[in-house]
Design a protein around this ligand. Structure first.
Ligand code: DGL
Length: 279
């Protein structure tokens, strides 16, 4: 049965737009409803219970807008909230992120791979379990990148300070002979050109967004809830942060300058459309 309800997607900020972009490319007839939690970005330094509270509030908001599927387009929120939300809401189909250690471990020739992620993700049980399941016999160098999400949210994609930060993390990994690098945070593909310049052509950089888009497609087909082939897809966004910079960011990422609306938190766990004007 064709289903024209939207796919809900969320992240702490603009990072999940890299996932939304891949879903739009793979599924152009689907309507996407994106929520960026600009009021609370970054999630990386926060506790798992705090991130779970925000994720639950945003999920309720996306479901109130009739989302047929919820994509947690954030590794940090997926590590903290995917399992508990699935348990609390067994009727809701969720797709979450997981650091792409598996393809990295499958393709490495040197036997050494690197992962860049937030502090919360590298410390999570999910990360441990991914390494345990998929990287037996492979050395996985995990590197937390405090401050990088904030730089990306500011739009400092090519700034010398951003490059310096990245070099500080990547050069020691290169000295240990990595030949694959996993982008374990959905913000990081935004600075992929800079990362690729630093690591050079000998290191394969892996962004899991296209694999997530394929997973979304599979779940929609399994549930019989894909949009009809002649539907007009689209992208509508909500942000709990400033609206104007968010709109500019869509442009910079090559996404259609969609309808961007302001959402407001009521306390820490409930989010609603803002009733007063915010720019
Ligand atoms: N984009 C996020 C992730 O994939 C969140 C980063 C953050 O807010 O610290 O982990």
């Amino acid at each position: 049965m064709a289903d024209t309800r939207p796919i809900g997607i969320f992240d702490s900020g603009i990072g999940g737009l890299t996932v939304a972009r891949a879903i739009r490319q793979a599924l152009p007839t689907e309507r996407l409803l994106y929520f960026g939690d600009g009021a609370h970005v970054p999630y990386g330094p926060r506790s798992a219970s705090e991130v779970l509270g925000f994720s639950a509030g945003i999920t309720e908001f996306l479901l109130a807008q009739e989302s047929k599927l919820v994509v947690i387009a954030c590794n940090t929120a997926s590590a903290a909230a995917l399992a508990p939300l699935r348990e609390r809401m067994p009727h809701v189909p969720f797709v979450g992120m997981e650091p792409a250690v598996k393809p990295a471990a499958e393709h490495t020739r040197t036997g050494v791979v690197g992962v860049l992620a937030t502090v919360a993700t590298v410390q999570s049980a999910v990360f441990e379990s991914v390494v345990e399941r998929f990287a037996q016999g492979v050395e996985v160098i995990r590197q937390a990148c405090p401050g990088l999400v904030a730089r990306i949210e500011e739009g400092a994609f090519e700034a010398p300070e951003t490059e310096e930060m990245l070099r500080g993390w990547l050069e020691p990994m290169m000295a240990r002979n990595i030949d694959a690098l996993v982008l374990g945070c959905t913000h990081y593909p935004i600075v992929r050109p800079l990362i690729e310049r630093i690591v050079g052509p000998g290191v394969r950089v892996i962004d899991p967004a296209p694999a997530i888009a394929r997973r979304v497609e599979k779940v929609l087909h399994m549930n019989g809830s894909a949009a009809p082939p002649d539907a007009t897809g689209g992208l509508a966004c909500w942000t709990s942060g400033p609206v104007v910079p968010f709109r500019l960011m869509l442009q910079r990422l090559g996404l259609p300058v969609a309808d961007v609306r302001a959402a407001c938190w009521q306390g820490d766990t409930r989010v609603t459309p803002c009733t007063s004007l915010r720019t």
